[in-house]
Design a protein around this ligand. Structure first.
Ligand code: HEC
Length: 201
């Protein structure tokens, strides 16, 4: 009995020392790299974050199947929605290569790749509805009915096969800032031959 007690005490002390060492190492690493979003997340960090995200999705949600049936009209609606709300970070093609997506920490992932495509419908739905804390991914659920997110799941499944014609259509639906809007209006006026169009900008 006394032996077991001593063993337990030793084990507890060892665990305490280990926790302290991990804490010190984490603090030193934080000091060394700061909280800069510029370095590429390490493979270990990305794996841990993904594992934590997976763990956080309840098994019941993970197993959900998409209740919305795919079809041209549903896909067109989801495509327009994606161009308007998601493409600023994810890109129209879902590749994540946008100015914003490449600068976030973690980066906006290339959703055409297996890492995303192998997630279940329920996992994709959960990320869209609730977002991912401490990343740039916002949670969109709450105001709109859940069908909106399910339709987006369908579009994400379609990303690996998205066509140039679809991408062109999406470009017209991407939100633009005031300067670009002005430039587009000027171009249109110029094309109409409107004499009020400024010659140069
Ligand atoms: C402000 C930037 C931003 C916007 C806008 C945004 N996302 Fe994200 N999204 C992210 C980031 C960053 C991640 C990576 C999160 C992570 O690593 O856990 C992400 C992850 C995801 C994922 C998980 C993919 C994977 O493999 O990890 C899905 C699905 C997703 N976003 C869908 C959407 C949809 C649909 C919209 C629009 C309704 C949207 N996102 C809008 C930044 C954004």
């Amino acid at each position: 009995m006394r032996r077991t007690g001593r063993f337990l005490l030793l084990a507890l002390a060892a665990a305490g020392l280990l926790a302290l060492a991990v804490g010190v190492a984490a603090a030193l690493a934080l000091r060394a790299s700061g909280l800069s979003a510029r370095p590429e997340p390490s493979a270990l960090e990305a794996r841990l974050a993904r594992a934590a995200r997976r763990f956080a999705v309840p098994a019941g949600v993970r197993a959900l199947r998409n209740p919305v049936r795919p079809g041209p009209a549903v896909l067109a609606e989801a495509r327009a929605h994606f161009a308007d709300h998601c493409a600023s970070c994810h890109g129209n093609d879902g590749g994540g290569g946008t100015e914003l997506g490449r600068r976030l920490y973690p980066r906006a992932p290339d959703m055409r790749l297996p890492a995303t495509q192998l997630l279940t419908d329920g996992e994709l739905f959960d990320v869209i509805e609730n977002g991912v804390r401490m990343t740039g991914m916002p949670g969109w659920g709450g105001d709109a009915p859940p069908e909106e997110s399910w339709k987006l799941v369908l579009f994400i499944r379609h990303l690996p096969d998205v066509t140039p014609a679809e991408l062109l259509e999406m470009e017209r639906l991407n939100p633009v800032g005031p300067r670009e809007r002005r430039e587009r209006e000027e171009d249109e006026r110029f094309l109409r031959g409107d004499p009020a169009a400024p010659a140069a900008r």
